[in-house]
Design a protein around this ligand. Structure first.
Ligand SMILES: C[S@@+](CC[C@H](N)C(=O)[O-])C[C@H]1O[C@@H](n2cnc3c(N)ncnc32)[C@H](O)[C@@H]1O
Length: 318
């Protein structure tokens, strides 16, 4: 089977520019304040399809657009994910969300391969607030071709169009939807894994974001309301209806907001815990829907839930 996911990263073989052209680009980028001017110039040189496109790329970068929007792609979990103008750029810390999700699915499969070669299947994966679709695509790619049924949703039509491109080869479906509102009803109670990197920046903190984010990523991708948790709370409140018994919700949050995310997940009837990765500065709250065959009930699930980090890259968080 040919690869059904966005291309893994590889060295590009686009035309080599003369040293003078390269030096000129580096100089323009450096003058605009790009700290990694040489690296960025190399990426643009390897991506542009000709001098006009190269010049346009450098111009947009000089005007402050995020590098990934300029290139049209971002590296995420070793994949090259298309990033359209105006769509949230997947962050490196979100790779921890993917690692946690993948570890849970492998665990649920008894540690068996989920690459489809042994007939195992990880079930339905739903990526809410998907942006480019990077999280869902990376989970599916990590599990292997044919190993899960991938669905994704975003409220922003520009993000939806971008995600459709990224998910197409994996056979994933993308819905323009305010969270669960436009999802197909047949997914109710059948989702094994629900991942959400919803906006979680408190409104007052938007002004403090770097200009690349503040000026070139849509507000709807950043603004999480007064305490940053408005969208997360709605994700948590609705998750149990869509999850299968034993299914898991994973929400990226920040260390500072984790206790409130945990409380929201518990209020949604799930059993919460926190996983964190210091290296990536990443925090994920995981909520398990009790499996009816083993559950004791969720009444005791509280914000003081156990704090653990299974799987690659994690460690116990305080
Ligand atoms: C922080 S970005 C994350 C994008 C992607 N998950 C990632 O990690 O790269 C949040 C995304 O949530 C979407 N969003 C915000 N509110 C939403 C809502 N009510 N329903 C669906 N999507 C929403 C935004 O359009 C944006 O694409």
């Amino acid at each position: 089977m040919t690869s059904s996911f966005p291309a893994p990263l590889s060295a590009s073989s686009r035309s080599a520019a003369s040293p003078a052209v390269t030096a000129g680009i580096v100089e323009r980028l450096r003058a605009a304040g790009c700290v990694f001017a040489e690296d960025e110039a190399a990426l643009m040189l390897s991506t542009a399809r000709g001098p006009a496109e190269l010049d346009a790329m450098v111009g947009r970068r000089v005007r402050g657009f995020p590098l990934e929007q300029v290139l049209g792609w971002a590296e995420f979990c070793g994949l090259r994910v298309t990033v359209a103008p105006g769509v949230f750029v997947p962050r490196r810390r979100t790779e921890f969300l993917v690692a946690q999700a993948t570890a849970l699915l492998r665990e649920a499969n008894g540690g068996d391969s989920t690459d489809g070669t042994d007939g195992s299947h990880a079930g339905i994966v739903l990526d809410l607030c998907c942006g480019t679709g990077a999280v869902g695509v990376a989970v599916a790619a990590a599990l292997g071709p044919g190993s899960c049924e991938l669905h994704a949703a975003d409220i922003d039509p520009v993000a939806v169009a971008c995600a459709r491109g990224n998910l197409a080869a994996a056979g994933g479906r993308v819905y323009e939807s305010d969270l669960y509102a436009a999802l197909p009803r047949e997914l109710l109670g059948r989702v094994g894994l629900l991942v959400a990197n919803a906006p979680y920046v408190p409104t007052d903190a938007i002004a403090l974001l770097p200009p690349e984010a503040r000026d070139h990523e849509p507000l709807v991708a950043l603004d999480g309301g007064a305490d940053g948790l408005d969208v997360q709370r709605r994700v948590a409140e609705g998750a149990a209806r869509w999850l299968t018994p034993g299914g898991q919700l994973l929400i990226e949050t920040s260390e500072r907001q984790a206790a409130r995310t945990v409380a929201a997940v518990a209020r949604g009837g799930l059993e919460p815990r926190v996983a964190a990765c210091e290296e990536l500065g990443a925090t994920v709250v995981i909520g398990a829907k009790p499996d009816r065959s083993t559950a004791q009930g969720t009444a005791s699930a509280t914000a003081s839930a156990p704090v653990t980090a299974p799987g690659a890259g994690g460690h116990t968080a305080a």
